[in-house]
Design a binder for this molecule. Structure first.
Ligand SMILES: [Zn+2]
Length: 446
């Protein structure tokens, strides 16, 4: 049993010699992606990014691993909800309040509505379950205490059953993020379902008038615009020597939102490309799948789709997200790993950290479900995300540019991940979840 372990470490040490991942190559990769523009979903920039990544996979000698060459495509629909002329008024015994404007009103209307003095049914989130569709169909429903209702599939499903003409969400004390959440575009795979019309109203005066004795609602809003497009993951593989072993996925999302996404996440894709190149001369036991995911910023769309439609069996996922910009005051090269302590994957990272001299620490638990590692964990597959730190300024803005990244440190972080990946791929034992409370829902999910 000693020999394989030794050769494994020798391989990793050899790989970890300074200069394995070239900072200049990372910089060139990030620049090329950022030069395309905002890689929103869908956009010409993201289509071009996918092609660029496929070309880089081919140049590195990785085999196509999608169902359409290097690509895995899925038909999606995006709906953008109009905010034009959106307004709501409530009339009650205490008077009338009219609310309009982007800071106070968030509209999610599936048809143009122009409602005048319609009597409303008043309920709470808990009350939704008890309502009778006979009393709500075609009417106006007011749901109190409904933080982020439109982001919750079960509550939206219930609204679909109750089929009101309009649902009003009074935000009484909540911040503007709840209004923004309501206007978020909606993405669905395949045939989009019927979406209930919802308007959020953030106004203390509006809330003050609500009472069970009877209120009427007037409202106006415009319908959505809809586009159907191909969501495209890019998949390249380094074939393992043992075809019976399920693959290690090394991944990162290539889409961006609100800006060119230099740190979030051209950095992770650049690391992925250069790790692919560095490992392409190796012949690990386990196949390594290099995956660039689409649509992360709108709800992990690409990784979720892949996890539901695997193109090959999978044992483990190491994901890269925002790997190029360190929080102010951070010294040396340190990497944060979400779920570092959740599985035996942590052991490979600890050894790789020793070999490469890169410090690692667990990221806060709240980040475990914020990136593309999640769809794999939810299906019982041990998964982590490696980052330079998510608490950095200007993510999702025009300021997240290629020139702001620290490519020297980024190359060290990529060395760490390449070393850990090779160890994991050379170990015929797949990583396992640790028996701790945080992993309970993932352990049972196979
Ligand atoms: Zn990201």
């Amino acid at each position: 049993m000693k020999r394989p372990l030794l050769s494994l470490i020798f391989a990793a040490v050899a790989l970890a010699e300074p200069g394995v991942i070239d900072p200049a190559a990372l910089r060139a990769d990030v620049r090329r992606l950022c030069d395309l523009g905002v890689r929103d979903t869908p956009s010409l920039a993201s289509t071009r990014a996918a092609r660029l990544i496929a070309e880089q996979f081919a140049a590195a000698g990785l085999e196509p691993a999608g169902d359409n060459g290097y690509f895995q495509d899925a038909l999606f629909t995006r709906r953008d909800f109009s905010q034009a002329r959106a307004e709501v008024s409530v009339k009650a015994s205490g008077g009338t309040v009219r609310v309009a404007g982007l800071a106070e009103v968030g509209a999610r209307c599936t048809e143009g509505l122009n409602i005048t003095d319609a009597p409303a049914v008043l309920t709470t989130v808990e009350g939704l379950a008890r309502l009778d569709a006979g009393k709500t169909r075609g009417r106006v429903l007011i749901v109190e205490g409904s933080d982020y209702l439109t982001t919750k599939a079960d509550q939206m499903g219930r609204l679909r059953e109750l089929a009101p003409r309009l649902t009003v969400l009074p935000i009484c004390g909540g911040g503007p993020s709840q209004v923004r959440a309501v206007r978020q575009p909606e993405f669905t795979e395949g045939e989009p379902h019927k979406t209930p019309s919802v308007i959020a109203v953030r106004s203390a005066e509006f809330c003050g008038l609500l009472n069970p004795d009877g209120v009427t609602i007037s409202a106006r809003c415009a319908p959505y615009e809809q586009r159907t497009f191909a969501l495209r993951n890019v998949l390249g593989m380094l074939r393992g020597s043992d075809p019976t072993l399920p693959a290690l996925i090394v991944s990162g999302h290539y889409d961006s939102r609100g800006g060119p996404g230099g740190n979030d996440n051209a950095s992770g894709v650049a690391a992925l490309l250069e790790i692919g190149r560095a490992l392409s001369t190796e012949r690990p036991k386990r196949t390594i799948l290099f995956a660039a995911w689409a649509g992360e910023e709108w709800g992990l769309l690409g990784s979720q789709h892949f996890a539901e439609h695997l193109t090959l069996p999978v044992a483990v996922n190491v994901n890269l997200d925002t790997t190029g910009h360190w929080p102010a005051g951070a010294t040396g090269t340190a990497a944060e790993v979400t779920g570092l302590e959740y599985s035996t994957l942590g052991e490979a990272f600890t050894r790789a950290a020793e070999l490469t001299g890169v410090q690692i620490r667990p990221a806060a638990d709240e980040y475990f479900d914020k990136s593309d590692n999640l769809p794999f964990a939810q299906r019982g597959t041990p998964a982590v995300t490696v980052t330079a730190g998510f608490r950095v300024p200007d993510l999702h803005t025009a300021k997240d540019t290629a020139d702001r990244l620290d490519y020297e440190r980024m190359a060290r972080l990529a060395d760490l991940v390449a070393t850990a990946a090779l160890m994991i791929a050379n170990n015929p034992e797949p990583p396992r979840w640790r028996e701790i409370p945080a992993t309970e829902k993932f352990r049972g999910a196979r």
